[in-house]
Design a protein around this ligand. Structure first.
Ligand code: DX5
Ligand code: ZN
Length: 227
């Protein structure tokens, strides 16, 4: 059995008291901070950039998982790395030269991730899976927190798990959007490694306990060594 990671999405934090929310994640059983960068072009929303990530990096005691929902992400990879990103995820739909962009990310020393919009099938990743550290399956249309989980994402997760295991790649599967206590276990059973959770964590009465609950599901099925 391998254990899964929990990555609270800071998008759902209270930005008037961001330091407190970062401290909460530091104290919790969460593994990563998930940071959503949006440019108002690739997605219909604008969030934050280098300055805010640098500030978070100063307080965060856990790796920063930076999800770039921006056009031409290749222009900014080095700057996001300098700002403190440990994992840099670009969108398949925003990268005509994805192979080059993945190498560019790895050359900075960061882990390289690819995110897929809900309409993009996992099969498009066949020729890059081996050089991809993480695939982020978007289980909502990117742009906003608090949306409803798209069920098809569960089936995509299973398919991707099979693709990854068939070539014995160490690629992690991350699920982003509408994830919470109600679907975490099914996602882990389908083969997810990292669960991003925004509103289900920061909107909870007890965020630390919610993270602990998400972390406690031990339904990760090891496809290579089934019990
Ligand atoms: C959506 C973002 C998500 C978002 C998830 O575009 O990529 O990371 O913060 O938020 P919840 O968990 O509220 O769906
Ligand atoms: Zn995200």
């Amino acid at each position: 059995m391998k254990s899964h990671l929990i990555a609270p999405s800071v998008l759902a934090a209270d930005f008037t008291r961001l330091a407190d929310d970062i401290d909460m994640v530091n104290r919790s059983e969460a593994d990563w901070f998930h940071l959503d960068v949006m440019d108002g072009r690739f997605v219909p929303n604008i969030t934050f950039g280098f300055l805010v990530i640098e500030a978070i990096a100063k307080l965060a005691k856990k790796p920063l998982d930076v999800h770039l929902m921006i056009e031409q992400p290749e222009k900014y990879i080095e700057s996001f790395r300098k700002a403190g990103a440990d994992v840099i995820t670009v969108h398949y739909e925003a990268c005509p030269h994805l192979h080059r962009t993945l190498h560019q990310i790895k050359e900075t020393g960061a882990k390289a991730g690819i995110a897929l919009n809900p309409h993009t099938p996992v099969s498009v990743l066949e020729d890059v899976l081996e050089i991809t550290d993480l695939v982020c399956i978007m289980s909502v249309n990117p742009g906003f927190g608090g949306q409803k989980f798209i069920y098809q994402s569960l089936l995509k997760t299973r398919k991707l798990r099979e693709m990854i295991d068939s070539i014995n790649a160490p690629t992690m599967i991350e699920i982003d959007g509408g994830v919470g206590l109600q679907n975490a276990e099914s996602l882990l059973q389908a083969g997810a490694d990292v669960l991003v959770a925004g509103s289900s964590v920061f909107g909870a009465a007890d965020p630390v306990a919610t993270i602990a609950a998400l972390k406690s599901f031990n339904a990760v099925f090891d496809y290579q060594n089934p019990a």
